[in-house]
Design a protein around this ligand. Structure first.
Ligand code: GDP
Ligand code: MN
Length: 376
């Protein structure tokens, strides 16, 4: 789960990491009142779940009050280009007092799965072009696993800072580590972490991703979820207990079991098409849940056909057939539906579908499924 910069900065404050003075603004009519209380120059920052806001025009410096009003007015409500999600409407801005930047660093803690540990990544080349640095001069980025004897100061001193600054950075690393562990974060990133002209070290950006599987023990984090930032179909799926991820292809698929879902996506590929989603209805689904899942699936506008590939064990094929039949009857849809069922009550399931008067293609195996999907 992702949160906004302003929320991440609140958490930083709780952990004693310095951030600039700032105020959140959600309504146009509050812009002037808020700006009157802020020191100038200031920075206006779009609050959307997307990296590279700076490059997309979502972070702007304003020298004085009048300019700040203009900039705030233009960013609040704008549509910001985001790599991951197309255009995103800016519903909130963070108004922040400007910092005199001497140097921009990059600092993050993230999971190093291969080594089963958390890794610290740090670079003196922080700022908006960190991806370029990673590509063109990877030697400027230091990575260090955090183990029991971890002492960040050893690495940081090697980077050429004086003792005072090294200590300040090392302190921030320790606090970030505490936050990562206590809140079950998967990524905590400060880019840039800034050394100011006054020799302070301040986080002027903040990004935190949390482990969804640990949210059950962090009510306070769950409260930070901004539903307007989530994919609406995925959000609905979460509420209905379905394991759904939206993808870019045109063949909707419904499957039980994550492994079968992956195999099914391969099958769709072999047939020359791409999956429109990943949808695992789980083992224990009844016909009602199947109906819900099917509705969700076809509310994706990109879909040209649906492929249902179910191994009927705990989920019986007749339940599946009932659910799909009901969904189609109630929805009046006209995309092709290809069904492959295997396992418990598969004959009854096939009969329900064939007798429904609706158009299904019940295939006998995956080879036949491939042939049918290829012709769509
Ligand atoms: P991002 O593009 O979404 O990562 O947004 P950031 O919050 O990292 O801001 C982008 C850039 O704006 C930073 O790398 C800084 O160069 C600049 N910036 C942000 N806040 C300040 C500030 O208070 N003072 C100055 N001078 N520059 C800032
Ligand atoms: Mn940044």
């Amino acid at each position: 789960m992702k949160i906004h910069e302003y929320q991440a900065k609140e958490l930083f404050k709780q952990y004693g990491i310095k951030v600039p003075n700032s105020k959140l603004c959600e309504r146009r009519e509050d812009i002037e009142t808020i700006l009157k209380t802020m020191k100038m120059p200031c920075v206006i920052k779009a609050q959307v779940h997307s990296g590279a806001r700076g490059k997309a025009g979502g972070v702007k410096l304003a020298a004085n009050y009048e300019e700040a009003v203009k900039v705030a007015d233009s960013i609040l409500g704008m549509e910001l280009k985001s790599k991951q999600a197309g255009l995103k409407k800016v519903n909130k801005i963070l108004i922040e007092e400007g910092i005199d930047i001497e140097k921009e660093l990059y600092l993050s803690l993230t999971f190093d799965r291969a080594n089963e540990s958390i890794a610290m990544i740090v670079s003196t080349q922080g700022g908006m072009d960190i991806e370029e640095v990673a590509k063109n001069s990877p030697e400027k980025i230091y990575t260090q696993q955090i183990g029991n004897d971890f002492n960040p100061i050893k690495i940081i001193e090697k980077m050429g800072f004086n003792e005072d600054i090294s200590e300040k950075i090392a302190n921030i690393v320790k606090k970030l580590y505490k936050l990562t562990i206590e809140k079950d974060a998967l990524l905590v990133e400060i880019n840039p972490l800034v050394i100011t002209k006054q020799n302070e070290v301040i986080a002027i950006d903040a990004k935190i991703n949390f482990d969804d599987n640990a949210l059950f023990r962090h009510e306070e984090i769950l409260l930070l979820k901004d539903e307007s930032e989530e994919n609406p179909l995925e959000l609905q799926a979460q509420k209905e207990g379905l394991n759904y991820i939206k993808l870019d292809g045109t063949i909707g698929c419904m499957v039980n079991g994550a492994g079968l879902a992956m195999a099914t996506m391969d099958v769709i590929r072999i047939a020359g098409k791409e999956a429109a989603n990943f949808l695992d209805v789980g083992g224990g689904a009844g016909s009602e849940k199947i109906e819900k899942a099917f509705r969700l699936l076809i509310s994706d506008k990109n879909i040209e056909a649906v492929f249902i590939n179910i191994f009927g064990g705990i989920l019986r094929c007749d339940f599946l057939a009932e659910g799909v039949k009901n969904a189609i009857q109630n929805l009046n849809i006209n995309v092709a539906v290809i069904v492959r069922m295997e396992g418990t009550n598969k004959e009854i399931g096939a009969k329900i579908l064939n007798d429904s008067g609706l158009k299904f293609t019940v295939v006998k195996d995956l080879n036949e499924a491939i042939e049918v999907i290829r012709k769509i």
